[in-house]
Design a protein. Structure first.
Ligand code: GAR
Length: 226
């Protein structure tokens, strides 16, 4: 019989601010009992976030911590959010379209246990409007990145990336749709690696258990494989 502690799934929260399509992709992946992360909470800073309804319909616990009553006091907002996360016994957090800059206070508390998906090949195009800026810059490859979060915005050790070609005739919307397909594939794979202990953050680098991450199948989607 297998040791239950070896199969323990990591209690994971997904933080969203809007549509929640990445959250849905993560929930779908985590529905399998052999997936190493168990998504037990979806939280938002926006009471009107569409993804909250999706999470509720899926029977997942939700928390709404509206940032507006806290005004400019980001840390007070984060203290409330942090308390709710801890009340649910959260061990790992996935930011999935969470459009609120987190202060070093929060990031340091969750360092190595806080991951984010960003719609560009970091370190290119941190911030917003990534697809318009990629088109403006004339890059031939664009994509998405899953990374551990550091206090600096859209920075931190990179776990996995997926690239797509930029085609003539692309608009920011067309490019964003092509990349979103890859985001939905990439994020569950990256979460599985972190929750399963195959990768971890050490200083500014991601440490993988093995060095088999340049097999041809992984060249377009650079995910460490084992
Ligand atoms: C996604 O494209 C995600 O990469 C991006 O917001 C979108 C959320 O969509 N995140 C950021 O820009 C963070 N800097 P979703 O709510 O449908 O997952």
């Amino acid at each position: 019989m297998s040791n239950p502690s070896q199969n323990r799934r990591v209690r994971t929260a997904v933080l969203i601010s809007g549509r929640g399509s990445n959250m849905s992709a993560l929930l779908a992946a985590a529905a399998g009992e052999d997936f190493p992360a168990n998504i037990v909470l979806v939280a938002t800073n926006r009471p009107d976030a569409r993804g909250i309804t999706t999470a509720q319909e899926a029977g997942i616990a939700t928390e709404i911590v509206d940032h507006k009553p806290f005004g400019r006091d980001r840390e007070a907002f984060e203290q409330t959010l942090d308390a709710r996360l801890r009340a649910h016994g959260i061990e790992l957090i996935c930011l999935a379209g969470f459009m609120r800059i987190l202060t070093p206070w929060f990031v340091e508390r969750w360092l190595g246990k806080l991951i984010n998906i960003h719609p560009s090949l970091l370190p290119s195009f941190p911030g917003t409007d990534t697809h318009a800026r990629a088109l403006e810059a004339g890059v031939r490859l664009h994509g998405c990145t899953v990374h551990f979060v550091e206090p600096e915005v859209d920075a931190g050790p990179i776990i996995a990336q997926a690239a797509v070609p930029v085609l003539s005739g692309d608009t920011p919307d067309i490019l964003s749709q092509r990349i979103l397909v890859q985001e939905h594939l990439l994020y569950p794979r990256a979460l599985a690696l972190v929750a399963g202990g195959a990768v971890r953050m050490e200083g500014r680098r991601v440490i993988t258990k093995a060095h088999t991450d340049t097999t041809p199948a992984n060249l377009a989607m650079a995910v460490p494989s084992f």
